[in-house]
Design a protein around this ligand. Structure first.
Ligand SMILES: *[C@@H]1O[C@H](CO)[C@@H](O)[C@H](O)[C@H]1NC(C)=O
Length: 785
């Protein structure tokens, strides 16, 4: 008889231990309590109140408690989730009851049976259990926008995206079951009417789906978004699958452990490119109305932009759409602008942007001029699209589903904008002017006071820094940058020596989107790196260099604040399908050469970049290339143009002299530029090992190019790129320039100045020699010395 009693005792202990994540009846807390949460026994998940950024409101939610940003995976009541400070949640016999400070009920779980206890489980499920431990209610059965491993979405359940990163109200996208398919669609917000779906998540075989189980081998959420279950490593990573507020269903992973530099990475998502996927007459698309959308492959999310003459409806919500900053002249008192529209409006080309929907007229046999005019004289017309076949599509507001379309080339998008300044009667009346000036003075005084208070703290830091750098850069506190990046929550990728995060700086007059590079800690050489980078970029100012806005040098924290480049890195544009059109590539190559020339010869402190490659070239919203990441820059001081240094740079782009004991000069950048110029011409990487269709001898780009050049087969380098082939004169010349740049002997390479002159056709391009003839000096005419 002794054995069973020991057994029962052990069972009792086990149950007692389990009770750690358990919550007893009548337990309660309010938003004001110290520990406003109930933890799971592993302490990985918590149920309780989370404050909502920049408000005095709270959310009743479940979150990953060991992750520094406390990522929320569930919240109560998607129709009205924000509750005031002082609200309270209580576990009663009839379930959870959320009440406001006045004691009125805001949300409850409505249950038929009595609740006995609740439990925050280690898998992230919060459950209400009956006396026999069966679950009466589970957060897993009432999902919001996120699924966790082992969670199941049933045929009658849905996921709704949230409205914005910080607004947890039900948003504009829905994931639901449709006749055995799992589908994504926009909804007629705030109702639940479904618009044309934009994606079906394919289920295995011809079996129809009735469940989405995160982890299942039958219809796995992770398989649907491009991973097999063996790819999930739950011992080392947390996972979640979230319907993002911009309509993408993404699988994210986050390393376990408490290193606060870790972040969520997107490891799989559908659809491929949300900007192109949504195509529905109703609804605005991923970005709001009147904006256009660009998929950023490095951050795996869309970027939204306003066309010229339009501004954000809400400058804090870049997915909320744009509005024209002028009137189109259809109103009753707009007679004057209708009389002479050509003086009032202008049709501006919007390169690489397409608005595929919203046509209200299609005119045949209209030249581009006639098409423009037709729009100018029509107050309903906002945009026209004209093509070589003389079709003219007229579009009205609101424009929807606008997107970047690099393949577009045979069609032209023309946007109507207002050029004439406002008429007299629209101007501010003199009587008003007086009081306006008065209030402006007061505002200016107030602003000056605020600014001086804000600057008081960073001033100390700034003064110390100014001993080694004299610039007009702004010095930020760590706290300010932490807030600007929402606690370093949105990473844009990794640069040399640190992760780059997206952030926004709000000043009295405007909101600026920035990229904040947080340099890794520890190594002392980073210190020098920081100062180098600050010194090098702080003094530069050129439209082909990324602008440094400011820095933070506080305690152990070293951060750099740059302007944000909405089109990501050149590498993302260059190596994806469809490839960017030839004209755009020409523009990239010229812009980068100008930036390098400036760095080498024209700026106050000549600088060698040392790591020129497509990942370090960023593309702004107007498709202007900008050189970034001066973290490896080796400064060239006035009388010292050669310099020894340790090996820097990236394989495939580094000049051969890095591996020899010869001094390194600005010619290393010329080499890297040459490699990159070939990549820009051919739209392929300098090293390509695993392409099936590749013939022998093509793996190393520079070797293949030289062979083709010698055999006079330049056209194969650009495959079937008609535009490039039509520009054969330039194409051939540029291939020759690139071969000059990749000469093994640095002295044989041209300077960036010569490269620029050759690219622009100011000097002839002689026939280049075989690149790796290090010993043999080139004889004969060489345009540079
Ligand atoms: C979230 O958005 C809704 C709808 O626009 C709005 O009513 C609500 O106030 C917002 N909530 C917060 C916390 O900003």
């Amino acid at each position: 008889m002794a054995i069973p009693s020991i057994f029962f005792f052990a069972l009792f202990l086990l149950q007692h231990h389990l009770a750690f994540g358990r919550v007893d009846l009548n337990a309660n807390f309010s938003t004001n309590d110290q520990n406003a949460s109930w933890l799971s026994s592993s302490q990985e998940f918590a149920f309780g109140f989370r404050p909502i950024n920049n408000t005095n409101l709270f959310l009743l939610a479940i979150w990953f408690d060991k992750i520094p940003d406390k990522t929320i995976v569930w919240n109560a009541d998607m129709s009205n989730p924000a509750v005031p400070s002082g609200s309270r949640v209580q576990l009663t016999q009839s379930g959870l009851n959320l009440t406001n400070p006045q004691g009125q009920s805001l949300w409850t779980t409505e249950l038929q049976q009595d609740v006995f206890y609740a439990e925050m489980r280690d898998d992230g499920n919060f459950v209400l259990a009956s006396s026999n431990s069966s679950y009466l209610w589970q957060s897993f059965n009432n999902p919001t926008d996120t699924l966790l491993p082992s969670q199941t979405l049933d045929m009658n359940s849905k996921l709704f995206s949230r409205l914005s990163p910080t607004n947890y109200t039900k948003g504009r996208f829905e994931l639901y079951f449709d006749n055995g398919n799992l589908s994504l669609a926009q909804i007629g917000w705030p109702s639940e009417s479904l618009y044309t779906k934009y994606f079906d998540i394919s289920t295995s075989s011809n079996q129809s789906a009735s469940q989405l189980r995160f982890n299942s081998s039958v219809i796995g959420g992770q398989r649907a978004i491009g991973l097999s279950s063996s790819d999930l490593d739950v011992s080392r990573y947390y996972y979640r699958a979230t319907l993002d507020y911009y309509g993408v269903f993404s699988l994210y992973s986050h390393p376990r452990g408490s290193n606060d530099d870790q972040i969520w990475s997107n490891v799989g998502y559908v659809p491929d490119n949300i900007c192109n996927a949504i195509y529905s007459d109703m609804g605005s698309g991923s970005c709001g109305y009147n904006s256009y959308c660009s998929w950023d492959n490095s951050t795996k999310r869309p970027t939204c932009m306003c066309p010229e003459g339009y501004s954000w409806v809400d400058s804090n919500d870049k997915f909320g759409g744009c509005q024209p900053a002028f009137s189109f002249g259809c109103g009753a008192d707009d007679a004057r602008s209708r009389e002479n529209p050509e003086k009032v409006y202008e049709m501006k080309p919007l390169p690489n942007v397409n608005f595929p929907l919203g046509d209200y007229e299609r005119l045949n046999n209209y030249t581009r001029d006639e098409c423009e005019k037709s729009c100018l004289y029509d107050c309903n017309c906002a945009v026209v699209i004209s093509n070589a076949a003389k079709d003219c599509w007229k579009k009205r507001l609101p424009l929807s589903n606008g997107r970047i379309d690099l393949m577009e080339g045979l069609t032209t998008t023309l946007l109507k904008i207002r050029v004439q300044p406002l008429k007299k009667k629209d101007r501010v009346q003199p009587a008003l002017l007086g009081s306006l000036i008065g209030s402006l003075v007061i505002i200016a005084l107030l602003a000056a006071t605020v600014v001086s208070i804000i600057l008081l703290k960073p001033y100390k830091v700034a003064r110390r820094v100014s001993s080694f750098v004299e610039t007009n850069m702004h010095s930020f506190t760590y706290q300010a940058l932490k807030e600007a990046t929402h606690g370093f929550s949105e990473d844009l990728g990794r640069g040399s020596f640190g992760i780059v995060y997206k952030g926004t700086l709000n000043s009295i007059t405007k909101t600026t989107v920035v990229a904040v590079k947080r340099l890794d800690r520890i190594a002392p050489e980073r210190e020098r790196e920081f100062r180098n980078e600050l010194n090098a970029i702080g003094r530069t100012c050129h439209r082909n260099l990324v602008k440094l806005i400011g820095f933070c040098d506080e305690g152990v924290h070293r951060l750099l604040v740059y302007e944000f480049m909405s089109n990501g890195a050149l590498a993302d544009i260059l190596f994806r399908q469809p490839k960017p059109v030839w004209n755009l590539r020409v523009r990239f190559a010229l812009g980068i050469a100008r930036g390098l020339l400036y760095l080498h010869e024209e700026c106050e402190t000549p600088t060698i970049h040392c790591d020129i490659k497509p990942q370090n070239i960023l593309i702004d919203e107007h498709f202007m290339p900008k050189i970034s990441d001066f973290g490896l820059a080796k400064l060239l001081y006035s009388n010292k143009s050669r310099t020894h240094t340790m090996i820097r740079g990236t394989r495939g782009y580094v000049a051969p002299e890095w591996f020899k004991s010869v001094p390194v000069t600005a010619k290393v950048d010329v080499y890297s530029y040459g490699v990159m110029l070939l990549e820009i011409i051919c739209c392929r990487r300098s090293l390509e090992m695993d392409r099936d269709e590749m013939e022998e001898g093509q793996a190393i780009l520079i070797d293949w190019v030289y062979d083709c050049y010698m055999e006079g087969r330049i056209d194969v380098l650009v495959e079937n790129d008609k535009e490039a082939i039509a520009d054969m004169g330039r194409l051939k010349k540029w291939v020759m320039i690139a071969i000059w740049c990749i000469q093994e002997n640095p002295e044989t390479r041209p300077s960036m100045k010569n490269v620029m002159q050759m690219l622009e056709g100011l000097i002839e391009v002689p026939s280049p020699p075989f690149p790796s003839s290090f010993s043999s000096k080139v004889h004969g005419s060489q345009p540079w010395t």
